[in-house]
Design a protein around this ligand. Structure first.
Ligand code: 6LW
Length: 504
């Protein structure tokens, strides 16, 4: 019996898509402005998942070198057909709707081909593309008709579909409209499945926030007409007290023992009204049951966190950086310099800060609701430190350099700093995300940031910041918290990184 840990993937891993190949499962998730982009996880038991690679590491692969925040690498679909992995995706405000292929899901992946509209004038215009083939080998791209550029920008044309010539990457017809749900806003994340001769079209509707849900319809043909299921939505946390909210954007797959599962996104909000999701949208799973009437049901997502983790990185070791490190709109190779100072990882400041779109920043997803991160840093030749980032407008950090340690909160237009003079070169910087002390009456929040430094062996608390301001709701963000090293000016060298957390 498979143990279903939930989250399946901790930390911001939104818009999951899954495919089974033999006795292996492959999961792809969205990555927005971060690089490397589109992480691919593999499991051989549907319980433990390993990051095996990314679809692309360079901004030009996706066209995100200057992508606006919230744009970038949106929802993928990963499939396997005729011995080849296929991944289709829209890069919002980037290259457009792309088709990637690979012999091995770990890579290398192709550079991505634009899927042209039938008149060849440009990308098929929409998001969340799915790819499916019928027995005759016709390739169907079914997608959400949210218009992202051109005269109709912002309008939503519902669920659309085109047959595509995948050799020449061009649609073979004008888009056809398909069933678009039960009336919820933003019908999106369509996936087509042929099950025992019947075609099922599963979508998300209601928006990726608290109204999110998954609905399904079926037809004898992949082109429809589709009949809506009587019991839609199949799954939604809307108006419930469930600890996992926003459940939606799902993909169906057969598990190890032949049972079906739905992989989907969700959030784990905290506070008295469960208002603030610090980590953003994570990947979850729930069992699917096929009923005698030929319709599936999906169980509500049951929270079942994995044990806590401790990540220790000793930059003095010769090992390469693992695949969990992320940079922003820039390749990691431009940010991290392991050669400048043997035994340390050096970041070279270029005057940019976390307020900027291209900071010198190297981060990792925050994966636990209670989390402590400590870095050992030498800022004697520059200014830099450790920061928790949602985006350019929302971040908190602890910074050292020029004889001062500064804790800083940048929350929308508000800035707060706490400073402390220090002498010496090497010190520890800390950002702890801890549960709030007992609230004032019912007032509570997601967590509290404790910003501190250890100087000459003594830990000094510099400041505290309410964690609600770095949640996906408050920032209106599609991503999640990323905690990382950064440099503003000069050379900032890091010796170690220790992050430990749990979900109690
Ligand atoms: C994704 C779409 C969505 O493509 O947001 O709100 C986009 N739903 O399904 C980015 O996550």
């Amino acid at each position: 019996m498979t143990t279903l840990f939930n989250p399946v993937l901790n930390g911001f891993h939104p818009d999951p898509s899954v495919v089974r190949v033999g006795d292996e499962w492959f999961l792809a998730t969205s990555s927005f402005e971060y690089l490397p982009g589109i992480p691919i996880h593999r499991s051989r038991d549907f319980e433990t998942w390993e990051l095996i690679g990314h679809v692309g590491a360079l901004p030009e692969t996706f066209g995100i070198a200057d992508v606006p925040t919230a744009g970038g690498v949106w929802a993928p679909t990963i499939r396997h057909h005729d011995g080849v992995f296929h991944l289709v995706i829209t890069i919002a405000m980037g290259r457009g709707m792309l088709h990637f292929t690979a012999a091995d899901a770990a890579g290398p992946w192709s550079d991505g081909d634009l899927i042209l509209s039938v008149d060849g004038s440009g990308s098929v215009n929409g998001i969340d593309p799915d790819i499916a083939w019928d027995a005759a080998g016709n390739a169907y791209v079914t997608y959400s008709g949210l218009i992202l550029d051109g005269p109709g920008i912002g309008t939503h044309l519902g669920i659309l579909q085109v047959k595509v010539d995948l050799e020449n990457h061009i649609a073979l017809e004008e888009p056809r409209s398909l069933w678009s749900g039960t009336g919820g806003q933003f019908p999106e994340a369509p996936h087509l499945y042929e099950v025992d001769g019947t075609w099922y079209l599963m979508i998300a509707e209601g928006g990726t926030e608290r109204g999110h849900g998954i609905s399904i319809a079926r037809s004898a043909s992949p082109e429809g007409p589709f009949e809506t299921a009587p019991q839609n939505p199949l799954v939604s946390a809307r108006s419930t007290i469930r600890p996992v909210q926003n459940t939606g954007h799902g993909d169906l797959v057969v598990g190890p023992d032949g049972e079906w599962f739905c992989i989907m996104l969700g959030v784990r909000p905290r506070s008295m009204t469960r208002a603030f999701s610090a980590l953003g949208r994570e990947t979850f799973v729930s069992p699917v049951h096929w009923q005698a009437d030929g319709w599936p049901t999906i169980d509500p997502v049951l929270l079942n966190p994995r044990p806590g983790t401790r990540v220790e990185v000793d930059f003095s070791a010769d090992g390469d950086l693992d695949g969990e490190w992320l940079a922003i709109r820039r390749p990691i190779a431009e940010i991290a310099d392991p050669a400048a100072r043997p035994g340390w990882l050096t970041l070279h400041g270029d005057g940019s800060t976390l307020d900027d779109s291209h900071p010198v920043f190297l981060g990792r997803r925050q994966e636990h609701l209670t989390n402590r991160v400590t870095v050992t840093v030498d800022a004697s030749a520059g200014v830099g430190g450790i920061g928790v980032r949602y985006d350019e407008r929302f971040h908190v950090e602890v910074e050292a350099g020029a004889g001062v340690v500064t804790a800083r909160a940048v929350l929308g237009g508000l800035r707060q700093e706490w400073t402390l003079p220090y002498s010496g070169d090497v010190l520890d910087l800390h950002i702890d995300s801890l549960k709030p002390e007992a609230g004032i009456g019912f007032v509570s929040t997601s967590d509290v940031f404790h910003l501190a430094a250890t100087i000459d062996g003594e830990r000094v608390e510099l400041g505290e910041v309410d964690g609600r301001f770095l949640s996906s709701e408050t920032t209106e963000s599609f991503t999640g918290r990323v905690i990382g090293l950064y440099a503003v000016t000069g050379d900032v060298s890091f010796q170690s990184w220790i992050a430990e957390g749990n979900d109690e």
